[in-house]
Design a binder for this molecule. Structure first.
Ligand SMILES: Nc1ncnc2c1ncn2[C@@H]1O[C@H](COP(=O)(O)OP(=O)(O)OP(=O)(O)O)[C@@H](O)[C@H]1O
Length: 498
């Protein structure tokens, strides 16, 4: 118990059970959040974290059990009750309206922003909060949210939740809040969370990046298969103890890089320096090439350029040259009205068809094979894709790309929301596929992932400013290069930072 144990809980869930058809998402969860606590909530994909958060947020009513806000039972409208008690939520699937500006979204989220001058109040509230949490940000709040990068949207969503408009937030729920933020933005957010908690606010912090949970939470709750299996002060956990409590088997880290030098052959992919600045891009057969640097500095644009330059035909071929794994699954990854199987097999229709007709037996077999291989947690691949937890949806996008025989796979920060056990599985698949000659171009906002690549290009201001190989691939070198200005293409020498 922490020093806040005598305070009235901001929220208290007791014996909460929720089922979706035959799926028991929560099997009797007790969770108490007190003022001045940051509770880290961890667990495998599908453990029930987002579901308990939806119950606390008032979006879902428990089928059994109770929920109370500051000791009071909720009224008929759960979301309104939660909000009146200062509960705010930043969802894993970002929820702002893309066709409205940042300022207009503030108006939608905060009803207190009304009257003839609501716009200037909204500008003051959002710019103030963005500046406080992410000092130095360059977000123009008059832009439509749909025109912002995914990292910027995540920042806006976070600042909107913390904004103090009419009523101070008492509990802010952050579901995978750093999944699209680079290391320095993530650190700014974690620093803000610590300050907020010291000031008496409460946080529920959900993340699969265990290091940030351990460094930020005051208490950690571990969920497994819809139940709480551990609930202790954060200081009592180590990374290994957390993994053990989650029930994940994590393979020992190997030096996956082994300084593979594959440059003797001709490049399989190449691009000239972006905008005539920095270095050209090249990738060789059998390589895992990492794209690093602060988010929004040209990595995704490079992936899109590579995709267009190698697929530029609208007619789908059965053996495409490149496959793409989207990171922003809601925006350009999943087909929300389709089944899990259809979402997975769409890229492999050539392989599962006979005489232009889809062979449903063959398609189902492919689905079962990938379900087993990367443990997609569902009873039936014919269920809708939205019945899966966020991390499991991301696994389907992986399976879609890996199931096709494309020699090159482009990956746009594809591990958002994927749990630690599955990540290790996927790393193993990538490595063994690379050894068979496949090439992976992998943009990641997670330093640990960048560091297992064979070769890394660091981006800054839209250009490649450094190329790192072997033991030069380190967090320090990547961060140093991330702040290096790109000049003429010859000013940066491969293998070192100019
Ligand atoms: N709308 C839904 N319809 C059917 N099943 C659902 C629905 N929402 C969630 N589930 C199921 O409930 C279980 C818990 O899902 P939940 O999203 O809470 O997991 P999670 O711990 O947040 O996972 P992740 O780390 O992947 O986000 C999963 O088995 C999921 O497939």
């Amino acid at each position: 118990m922490t020093g806040s144990s005598h305070l009235v809980p901001v929220v208290e869930a007791q014996g909460v059970k929720v089922s979706f058809g035959a799926v028991r998402a929560l099997a009797g969860v007790d969770l108490v959040i007190r003022p001045g606590e940051c509770v880290g909530l961890v667990g495998h994909n599908g453990a029930g974290k987002s579901t308990i958060v939806n119950v606390i947020n008032g979006g879902l009513s428990p089928h059994e059990g109770t929920i109370a806000y500051e000791g009071e039972a909720p009224g008929r409208h759960g979301i309104a009750s939660a909000r009146n008690h200062g509960v705010r939520c930043v969802f894993q699937e970002l929820s702002l309206c893309p066709n409205l500006t940042v300022i207009e979204n503030m108006r939608v989220m905060h009803r207190a922003l009304n009257g003839w001058n609501w716009r200037s109040k909204a500008v003051a509230a959002i710019t103030g909060k963005l500046g406080e949490i992410f000092p130095g940000h360059r977000i123009d709040c008059s832009r439509a949210v749909g025109d912002l990068s995914i990292a910027e949207r995540q920042m806006v969503e976070i600042a909107t939740a913390f904004a103090d408009v009419g009523q101070k937030p008492k509990l802010v729920i952050l579901d995978e809040p750093t999944s699209s933020l680079d290391a320095s933005l993530a650190e700014q957010l974690l620093a803000h969370v610590r300050t907020y908690v010291v000031g008496g606010g409460s946080i529920i912090f959900i993340s699969h990046i265990l290091g940030e949970v351990l460094s930020t939470a005051t208490r950690i709750v571990v969920m497994k298969d819809g139940r709480v299996v551990a609930d202790r002060a954060a200081g009592e956990f180590t990374q290994a103890k957390l993994v053990q409590a989650m029930g994940s088997v994590v393979a020992e880290k190997k030096d996956a890089r082994a300084a593979r030098v594959l440059k003797s052959t001709a490049p399989i992919l190449s691009l000239p320096p972006r905008g005539g600045r920095g270095m050209p891009f090249e990738a060789f057969s059998g390589e895992i090439v990492g794209l690093a640097g602060l988010s929004g500095h040209g990595q995704t644009d490079t992936l899109v350029d590579l995709f267009h330059s190698h697929s530029g035909n609208w007619l789908q071929r059965s053996n495409p040259a490149v496959a793409f794994v989207a990171g922003d699954r809601g925006y350009n990854g999943t087909f929300p009205l389709w089944s899990i199987l259809k979402n997975m097999s769409i890229a492999s229709l050539g392989d599962v068809s006979r005489a232009t007709f889809v062979d449903s037996g063959h398609e189902a077999e492919l689905g079962e094979q990938w379900k087993r291989k990367i443990e997609i947690r569902t009873q039936d691949m014919d269920n809708g894709i939205l019945s899966l937890s966020g991390g499991n949806q991301q696994k389907v996008l992986f399976a879609r790309a890996l199931a096709v025989r494309a020699p090159v796979v482009l990956m746009d920060d594809p591990m958002r929301g994927v749990d630690i056990g599955t990540k290790q599985e996927v790393y193993g698949i990538l490595r063994s596929e690379a050894e068979k000659g496949r090439t992976f171009i992998w943009y990641s906002t997670e330093m640990e992932e960048v560091c297992i690549c064979d070769r890394v290009y660091v981006f800054n201001a839209g250009a490649i400013v450094a190329e790192l190989t072997g033991s030069d691939i380190s967090e320090d070198n990547i961060l140093a290069a991330s702040f290096t200005e790109a000049v003429a293409s010859k000013a940066v020498i491969g293998g070192s930072i100019a």
